[in-house]
Write a protein that binds this ligand. Structure first.
Ligand SMILES: [Zn+2]
Length: 131
């Protein structure tokens, strides 16, 4: 069934050790530290993650978001950052009226995704790769 998508919600998986297998079921997509994008759930599926937005949201997470000491923060690798950015751009082309928001914009106490999504999107300059 076609859904009305209003939000793309950016998350981290809130995990540290990439070698430990992670549960990704709370997301539609996960961007691995290598930049590989894994499709976890079809976009047509409602994924329960942020109750206020789930019915109209696509949830995308980068793997990480927790440092060695266990604190939440931005742990993205450069290729992961670029892959996340490219995926967000692709999704905005598919859903032109969508808003890209951080999980922390719905739940400030979540500490997720560990950075300010709006500031990042405003400032980010992707590498131009000529194939
Ligand atoms: Zn989150």
């Amino acid at each position: 069934m076609k859904r009305h998508i209003k939000y793309i919600v950016v998350h981290s998986t809130a995990t540290f050790d990439p070698k430990v297998s992670q549960y990704y079921g709370d997301f539609h997509y996960v961007v691995e530290r290598s930049g590989e994008i894994k499709r976890i759930q079809p976009e047509t599926t409602v994924v329960k993650n942020v109750a206020a937005a789930d019915n109209e949201a696509i949830h995308i997470a980068y793997a990480g978001g927790r440092n060695k000491a266990g604190n939440l923060g931005d742990t993205r690798t450069p290729v992961q950052e670029e892959a996340l950015y490219n995926k967000l751009i692709a999704l905005t082309l598919k859903y032109p009226s969508v808003r890209i928001v951080g999980h922390n914009e719905f739940e400030a106490s979540s500490g997720c995704p560990g950075f300010n999504v709006k500031d990042w999107l405003r400032a980010y300059e992707p590498e131009i790769t000529i194939a």
